[in-house]
Design a protein around this ligand. Structure first.
Ligand code: FMN
Length: 346
């Protein structure tokens, strides 16, 4: 991308500089763990955000350990944001303060998009889109507490439902609160994760606010990028589910943005080698031995295999896989059957 957009005055988000269009890996709870993020980074993702964690967890001696584990990251993953959610300004500010002190991430990100009932019923996540004043108060409290040390960003949806799309109002409030970038998932809370994302709303907001807007939703391939960005002013792109089966999507999009050309898809061997590495490193990271069960990884492995040929049968096999050796046997069978052909349209 050329430097067509004005550089925001005094921005501390250096990854937007020089007209770059940074690619974010979307935070996805239960999937974008430290090892998966590492793989995406190597394959071209620029910016990472941890899975969301409830602010109160960092303040509770019993929940604290898990919380710190989820937001753990390596220096190679920078620029790295830690995402928190919650409905109480003082607790959100306190959690952000502790995170800033202990981890010194590149930014704190506030989640205003999660549609899950247990989050929404706690007056957090996307439910705050219906309470703009409280949403702003939370952002102000977090900014007040940590902005001397690091920037605060936010992730929102375009609104609660089709009749109450208010991303522009919300973004203006966030900007007024001192939030320095806004990622917009172009679906309403009521849409959940289905239907197409509304990039017209994302682009409208991107044109109307001074802070960088990162567009998110329905980007599944390099070819989608030109479509969603057409005429728009988004300053970055965030990729979610399409990266789960295909972390190569980042290098494919980068190539398309830089040259307009498509890269050949990865071979099956490449795909399997990344998948096996993912499994091995995640086991090691969680202090498991080679003989330990890998049942807890099944949903991650299945998401990885989604793009493979014969994925239906493969996913069925992965549903019962128990050990690393079992995974290798599945790999060998699958490679023999697919004869190492490149994956069409990956
Ligand atoms: C399994 C799953 C977990 C998610 N967890 C988070 C999360 O922790 N924080 C967040 O801001 N969004 C979360 N999201 C939303 C994604 O970041 C992203 O906004 C959404 O998937 C739309 O992008 P996509 O169409 O590219 O997938 C999650 C989505 C999925 C599918």
């Amino acid at each position: 991308m050329k430097s067509a957009f004005p550089r925001p005055h005094g921005s501390r988000l250096w990854w937007f500089e020089e007209g770059r269009c940074p690619l974010y890996l979307a935070p996805m709870a239960g999937f974008t763990d430290r090892i998966f993020r590492e793989i995406c980074k190597e394959l071209g993702a620029d910016v990472m955000v941890t899975e969301f964690v409830m602010a109160n967890k960092f303040l509770d001696p019993r929940g604290e350990r898990d919380a710190w584990e989820i937001v753990d990251f390596t220096p190679q993953q920078r620029p790295m944001g830690v995402q928190i959610f919650g409905g109480e300004p003082d607790k959100m500010a306190e959690a952000a303060d502790r995170i800033a002190d202990r981890l010194e991430p590149d930014f704190i990100d506030i989640n205003y998009g999660c549609p899950a009932p247990k989050v929404v019923n706690n007056c957090a996540g996307s439910s705050l889109l219906r309470e703009p004043a409280l949403l702003q108060e939370i952002a102000e409290a977090v900014v007040r507490r940590v902005s001397g040390r690091l920037p605060v960003t936010a992730k929102i949806r375009i609104g609660w439902d089709r009749d109450s799309v208010n991303a522009l109002e919300i973004s203006r409030r966030l900007e007024a609160a001192g939030v320095e970038a806004i990622a917009i998932h172009g679906r309403t809370k009521m849409q959940g994760y289905s239907g197409e994302a509304d990039w017209a709303v994302i682009n409208e907001v991107a044109e109307s606010v001074a802070v960088p807007v990162i567009g998110n939703g329905s980007v599944r391939s390099a070819a989608d990028v030109a479509r969603v960005m057409r005429g728009g002013r988004v300053r970055g792109l965030m990729i979610g589910r399409a990266a789960l089966g295909n972390p190569w999507i980042f290098r494919e999009i980068k190539q398309a943005l830089a040259t307009g050309e498509e890269l050949p898809p990865p071979t099956m061997e490449e795909r399997w080698s990344v998948m096996v590495r993912y499994c091995e490193e995640l086991m090691e990271h969680r202090n498991r031995t080679r003989d330990d069960k890998i049942n807890w990884m099944r949903s991650r492995l299945k998401s990885f295999a989604r793009e493979f040929p014969g994925s239906k049968a493969l996913r069925r096999d992965l549903e019962t896989v128990e050990t690393l050796d079992g995974l290798m046997a599945i790999r060998d069978r699958h490679l023999a059957a697919s004869d190492s052909v490149p994956v069409a349209g990956a």
